[in-house]
Design a protein around this ligand. Structure first.
Ligand code: PLP
Length: 343
């Protein structure tokens, strides 16, 4: 890879692409403990061909962003939640926990070391952080690795919706993303390899992604690609599916809190039957990448359901989006503990 220079980046026209930045954080687990982590200027990992991450998918990841405020300061959004979720993923795959405090410190270090790459506030871009935990070391049998690498690399990414949110169309999938007692609620690598085929098929058919249904009955909505689902009912209730195979989105729980405490909506986590979409006046997919991606329509068994509009975004979705984005970029007052300054 060729290393990029911050001066050469057009921050107003970034996509969601990997860039080889000067620094990443890397820590190794050997002999039953974490060795002291450090910043590294080497963007290639040197791991044994026998690494469990490569053969057996013993790996988990996270995704969070650093945001520049109008004053030029840089801040993280709820990194403690990413640290906790990574610990939960590690517990599921028998990988060692990386302590929450060290996770937050490492994230700050990576941002500070690459500060020139945090896009300016007005660009709407952010510095995306990708923490990864992986089992490494020479081994053949199916058992947990003895050695691990925890790393956080960074890459500047653009505003997902330049010129404002736009609704897109989705289609339900006959594939399952995860089983109820499987790994759906863990952010582990294998889940995403398995999602490539259904996602690709949907895109070929002209949709932006698939909506997964619950693996037991295929009657309830679970996830929207690699994002969570929410709908706002005609009587102003923010509803989101409850299931053991859904990845608990930090964005979703933040929106749920804001819906209740800032917008005054009722909120609930419950079954959302795909045959009962008439209850909703607005719907969206949510996650760190886009905050909210409004769902214009959902096609299920050749029947298309339109939510608010296929071209326009509903007022409550817009209000939720503006509130959360404002908090992340430092223009709206944040609930206590949601914002962690980097510098
Ligand atoms: C990461 C992820 C999300 C979104 O989580 P955030 O914490 O909001 O970024 C939702 N669904 C899946 C399957 C994910 O992997």
């Amino acid at each position: 890879m060729t290393r990029v220079n911050a001066k050469d980046i057009d921050f107003n026209n970034l996509g969601f692409d990997y860039m080889d930045l000067p620094y990443r954080y890397i820590a190794r687990y050997r002999n039953g403990q974490w060795e002291k982590g450090e910043l590294s200027d080497d963007s290639d990992l040197h791991v044994s061909e026998g690494s469990t991450a490569l053969h057996y998918g013993q790996s988990a990841f996270e995704g969070l962003k650093a945001y520049r405020t109008p004053e030029g300061k840089v801040q993280l959004f709820r990194p403690d939640q990413n640290a906790k979720r990574l610990i939960a993923s590690c517990n599921r795959l028998l990988m060692p926990e990386f302590p929450e405090e060290d996770f937050i410190e490492a994230a700050k270090e990576v941002v500070k070391a690459n500060l020139d790459f945090v896009p300016p506030h007005e660009s709407g871009g952010t510095l995306y952080l990708r923490p990864i935990m992986m089992g490494v070391g020479g081994q053949l049998g199916v058992h947990p690795a003895k050695e691990y690498i925890f790393t956080i690399f960074a890459s500047p990414v653009g505003d997902y919706f330049k010129g404002g949110m736009t609704p897109t169309s989705f289609v339900t999938s006959d594939y399952d993303r995860a089983a109820h007692q499987g790994t759906g609620k863990s952010k582990v690598g294998g889940n995403y390899a398995a999602s490539l085929l259904p996602g690709e098929q949907a895109k070929k058919d002209g949709y932006s992604d698939v909506v997964y249904l619950d693996p037991l009955t295929h009657q309830n909505i679970e996830e929207v690609g690699a994002a969570n689902f929410f709908g706002i009912t005609k009587d102003n209730e923010f509803k989101t599916p409850l299931s053991p195979s859904i990845l608990p989105s930090i964005t979703k729980y933040s929106l749920l809190w804001l819906a209740e405490h800032r917008l005054g909506l009722k909120v609930s986590e419950c079954d959302i039957p795909v045959d009962d979409l008439d209850q909703f006046k607005e719907a969206g997919a949510c996650g760190t990448a886009a905050v909210i991606s409004p769902i214009g329509s959902l096609t299920h068994h050749d029947k298309k359901h339109v939510f608010y509009s296929e071209t326009e975004v509903g007022p409550l979705t817009t209000q939720l989006f503006d509130t959360l984005k404002g908090i992340q970029f430092g223009t709206v007052e944040a609930p206590e503990g949601w914002i962690v300054p980097v510098d």
